[in-house]
Design a protein around this ligand. Structure first.
Ligand code: NAP
Length: 266
């Protein structure tokens, strides 16, 4: 089973903090010593990571498609050996729809763009490169990070949950479509984890009482990536997955096969 142990060059989008940075550090230390490229908007964080031997790219993914295309094209030109991409950049906003006049629609759009549309756009632009890499026998990996909240919504962050549910659904379909191409889709499904995600909402002190530590999460996730699991879920997210999602991917596989048969002659 191909796994992250086979990767020679890994790009982590959203690696200046939290989960992305921790995964980047752990994956760089794998015995296979892959090249690890990290991205984010904060230059000073990127400079710190550069000092630790990471390649760095400053990019804001909440942007238009021309900028995303430029980022993707420049990246594959500079790193033709790139075979794996972790999509860790994400944001979260609380919204109270009982006070609609206080709901900031710009935040809704930005959350959707950062957590879903921007990622699907980048995957679309990276795929020609990844398919080429895979056709030469090098396993390639697309690794979206969704959330347990994409399975069981948290009503205080309604739009965030919807973006993660969308990315989860897309990941299942992408995995099916790419099944025979050598490009593997591995979805990481975290529970509440120690990070900076909730800092801007002032929720970190409360949530830190119950979150999974970043060390524990990273350890479990890297183990799953090394096994080559197609879903890497941990903590409460694994429980939610077991209860509400188990069997869905297999069902989607059956539906896809039937659809192919049905439409083969049309
Ligand atoms: N922590 C949790 O409880 C939890 C649970 C489930 C899922 N997740 C998911 O895990 C992923 C990582 O989150 P985290 O908890 O590690 O959050 P974090 O500590 O806030 O880190 C988020 C990362 O995303 C980057 N980022 C955000 N917006 C960006 C943009 N527009 N352009 C480029 N980079 C951007 C940030 O870098 P800059 O600020 O430097 O741009 C940072 O490196 C997210 O997708 C999140 O939804 C987190």
């Amino acid at each position: 089973m191909p796994s992250i142990n086979d990767s020679k060059c890994i790009l982590v989008i959203g690696a200046t903090a939290g989960i992305g940075r921790a995964l980047a550090v752990s994956l760089k230390a794998l015995p296979s010593s892959p090249k690890v490229i990290v991205t984010g908007r904060r230059q000073e964080r990127l400079d710190e990571l550069a000092k630790q031997g990471f390649e760095t790219i400053k990019v804001d993914i909440d942007t238009d498609r021309a900028n995303l295309k430029k980022f993707v094209d420049n990246t594959v030109r500079k790193y033709p050996e790139l075979d794996s991409i972790i999509f860790s950049a994400g944001i979260q906003h609380e919204f109270d729809f009982t006070k609609p006049e206080e709901v900031n629609v710009d935040y809704i759009v930005s959350e959707l763009n950062t957590n879903y549309t921007g990622i699907v756009t980048m995957i679309t632009y990276f795929l020609p490169h990844l398919l080429k890499v895979a056709s030469k026998g090098q396993p390639a990996f697309i690794i979206p990070i969704t959330s347990g909240l994409g399975i069981v919504p948290g009503p205080w962050v309604p739009c965030y949950c919807a973006t993660k549910a969308a990315l989860h659904s897309y990941s299942i379909s992408l995995n099916e479509q790419l099944r025979d191409t050598g490009v593997h889709v591995i979805e990481i499904l975290p529970p509440l984890v120690e990070s900076e995600l909730h800092d801007h909402q002032g929720r970190t002190p409360a949530l830190s009482k119950v979150w999974m530590t970043l060390d524990e999460f990273t350890k479990q996730t890297v183990e799953g990536l090394k096994r080559g699991d197609s879903i890497v879920a941990s903590g409460m997210a694994a429980q939610g997955f077991e209860k509400f999602e188990k069997g869905k991917a297999e069902f989607a596989h059956g539906a896809y096969m039937n659809h192919k048969k049905l439409t083969a002659s049309s």
